[in-house]
Design a protein around this ligand. Structure first.
Ligand code: PHE
Length: 462
């Protein structure tokens, strides 16, 4: 039997395909593209990492992104109940757990994602006040350290951002997510493009190494592979990044798919989202590396790259005061649309499962996420490295791959083939068979290897 949208007649839907594309691209484009991608790329052989990343997108994350939209649209439900309504009787308990775990991951993820997003607001705030001096020279590192040690400031931005996101979500799918994404995403693309063009063409008279731009060393670094820096671990990081960046396995895509009209072509829309996400990551590299190279620095500067290295460089540039504002505005917009997509699975869950009203669901999720984030900040202040090296490791290296594994197994081994065929009926059998093969064999095997390898290296203290 083919199950199609049992609740679709009463369920809100995206106004048009552009709304879905912008909202989903908004989910995908985030701190992962602008903060994480450039430095992981810098540490793992530039172009070599990009190649591995593209392969992971095409063979693993992309097919799973499509699988999740199928699950969402076919069931017309958020992650918490989508799996049960599509699974054969008897297996429901297990699949219910899988669905709920997806929602829980989004909740866990947003509770610390908003902390980093809050850092960008602090920087934007300083930039708007013209406090560029604070970022120059050694002051840049001490400003960052001092901010990291200031619990009240971090807590303020975290709660401010969480509440702001919940208020946007009060508007629902059309008037909240869709409307905002249709404005923010084009602005983000224009900002990124202009800054990237500026990054490769400007005369860096004030910087240490101004000629490097003319020979485009930085662009070469991005696109010419350096295999000597590419290790087995780089391949694992490429897969982790490909999963994180496309926002798979956290309930977001299932929830967004559940609001998608039956007549839309999932593969076309999904491909546009993937193309946009990849383009933004590459442009972020094109924007960031020339600046780093021109100042004679090393591009593999870890998490501090956009909070320590770049503000310092902006502080030394002509028109740096405007550039720094535009740069943090760009990151803030990217983070905000991702935060929206991370709070929505919990809200959809409360509405679908607990018959909650949207305003109440927004309030509960915002309060819970604010509290959890405050806990991370307080714990983090006792043990600096705690936040990213432990919670993010568990979420990105363990929970997301595990959930992605379950999704690929569900969509190919458990779900009635007639359902997925019906959902992808507009792309032809050839494509369908390739996608089906990937989710049935390639994705589970690749993810299993990653998981096992991750667990072994944990054991060995890696
Ligand atoms: N894809 C987002 C980023 O790159 C993060 C995210 C993950 C957002 C999962 C929503 C869901 O930053």
């Amino acid at each position: 039997m083919v199950h199609i949208n049992p609740k679709s007649s009463t369920r809100e839907q995206w106004g048009d395909k552009l709304g879905f594309i912008m909202a989903t691209a908004g989910a995908a484009v985030g701190l992962g593209n602008i903060w994480r991608f450039p430095y992981i790329c810098g540490e793992n052989g530039g172009g070599a990492f990009i190649l591995a990343y593209l392969v992971c997108i095409a063979l693993i994350s992309g097919p799973i992104l499509i699988a999740e939209i199928i699950i969402g649209r076919a069931s017309g439900q958020g992650s918490g109940s989508a799996f049960i309504s599509l699974s054969p009787k008897g297996e429901s308990k297990l699949w219910r757990t899988v669905g709920v775990v997806g929602v829980l991951i989004s909740f866990l993820l947003v509770s610390y994602y908003s902390i980093v997003a809050g850092w960008t607001l602090e920087y934007l705030w300083q930039a708007l006040q013209g406090n560029l001096e604070m970022f120059s020279g050694d002051k840049s590192q001490s400003f960052f350290d001092e901010f990291m040690n200031s619990n009240p400031r971090q807590i303020f931005w975290h709660i401010f951002l969480t509440v702001m996101t919940a208020v946007i979500l009060l508007g629902g799918i059309n008037k909240g997510i869709e409307k905002l994404s249709k404005i923010l995403m084009p602005v983000l693309l224009i900002l990124l493009f202009s800054l990237a063009v500026f990054g490769v063409t400007v005369e860096w008279g004030a910087l240490e190494n101004p000629t490097s731009l003319l020979d485009l060393k930085s662009i070469q670094f991005l696109f010419v592979p350096d295999w000597s820096k590419f290790t087995m671990d780089s391949a694992f990081q490429a897969l982790g990044q490909a999963a994180f960046s496309l926002s798979i396995a956290v309930g977001t895509l299932i929830a967004y798919g559940s609001y998608l009209d039956r007549k839309e072509n999932i593969v076309n829309l999904g491909s546009m989202v993937i193309a946009m996400d990849t383009m933004v990551a590459l442009f972020a590299g094109v924007l960031i590396f020339p600046i780093v190279f021109a100042s004679g620095l090393n591009p593999s500067h870890g998490t501090g790259l956009i909070f320590v290295t770049l503000p310092n460089l902006f502080a030394q540039m002509p028109n740096g005061d405007i550039l720094v504002i535009l740069f943090y505005l760009l990151i803030f917009f990217a983070a905000l649309t991702s935060m929206i997509s991370l709070l929505e699975p919990g809200i959809t869950h409360l509405i679908d499962e607990m018959s909650s009203t949207r305003p109440k669901a927004c309030m509960y999720v915002a309060i819970a996420s604010s509290i959890l984030g405050v806990v991370w900040i307080l714990v983090g202040s006792l043990q600096q490295e705690f936040l990213f090296f432990n919670i993010d490791k568990v979420v990105s290296n363990f929970l997301i791959p595990l959930e992605a594994l379950a999704i690929s197994i569900f969509v190919s081994w458990v779900l009635d083939k007639a359902v997925s065929k019906d959902q992808l009926s507009d792309v032809g059998m050839k494509f369908y068979n390739v996608w089906y093969f990937m989710t049935k064999w390639l994705c589970p095997i690749a993810i299993l290897i990653i998981l096992v390898k991750g667990l072994i290296s944990q054991d060995m203290g890696g």
